[in-house]
Design a protein around this ligand. Sequence first.
Ligand code: ADP
Ligand code: MG
Length: 342
Amino acid sequence: MKEKLKKILPPVVFLLLSAAVFAVVIWDRTPASPISLSGFKLNTVVTITIYDSKDESILKGCMELCDEYEALFSRTIPDSEISRLNAGELAESNGISPLSEPTQALLAEAFRYSELSDGAFDPTIGAVSSLWDFTGENRHAPSQEAVEAALPYVGWEQVKLTEEGILLPKGVQIDPGAIAKGFIADRIREYLLEQGVKSATINLGGNVLCVGSKPDGSPFRIGVQTPFADRSETSAILEIDNRSVVSSGIYERYFEENGIFYHHILDPKTGFPCENELCSVTIISDTSVEGDALSTACFVLGLEKGMELINSLPGIDAIFIDRDNNLHYSDGFSTAILPSDE
Ligand code: ADP
Ligand code: MG
């Protein structure tokens, strides 16, 4: 009998082992292992990760969407729709510039947040923001005179958006930079859902939109970056299910000149970087467009007024980080939060 077992055992063990290996391979082939694609787009790093499909063409479709929207909204592409609008090339004889559906929808959202934030968020900041360069080799502050000369061309109330298009006074320049990524992320989510994807993350340079949850139903974990620290250092880890996380901060794009610190979120009243007690504002919301607009708006409004705005809006959570790295949470903060790794 024993002799018999000895002979039988090795093949059984072999079978068990190979079954285990097979199981691992199968497991790896299940949609639980994500597919991902990154690219430099929208002036930042874009990464799309899909957890419940192996169809690489969907990833490519997302990247193509980024390119399509960039070709409409970019201020650095000379023949983008926004560039042509700003150059007055789209205006018809009645002065109105008709717009494509995405640009019209983007600007309708943008002006809604200008009104909501009492002008702290202002997409007509273009005449002033184009004087600044926070990304190039030759970063330096524009002169006070140049900024003052451009300021009369900033003011969302000068602009009329109608169903026929936009009436943009001469010299007024649209800069959709503070809302475009959020808008595009929402459109990419729509595309993913159309493709049957129910579990994915859309990361447009730190502007993160989660589609659904992880395939096992658990939430995605999204870190809120500690200002000025290493990119991997987080002040909080959020558990996110089908929501957007967007941060605006002074640590993203900045430079120093003659001992003065300049960052890229501008006060539409002065044309200079807004000075307040904040380092960053993170918004957790259902759509990314509201997160992008509100994070910039609240940054300009500052801790007190920004928090007041968030607390007046249902369904939106916010974390404000001040210059001493203290975290301030909005009333009724409902997003699950894991302890920081500090
Ligand atoms: P990021 O682009 O780094 O994600 P934001 O969403 O806060 O950050 O957008 C900042 C950009 O928005 C600036 O680079 C500028 O083009 C534009 N901008 C700056 N200040 C304002 C403002 N007060 N209102 C609207 N847009 C702004
Ligand atoms: Mg923004």
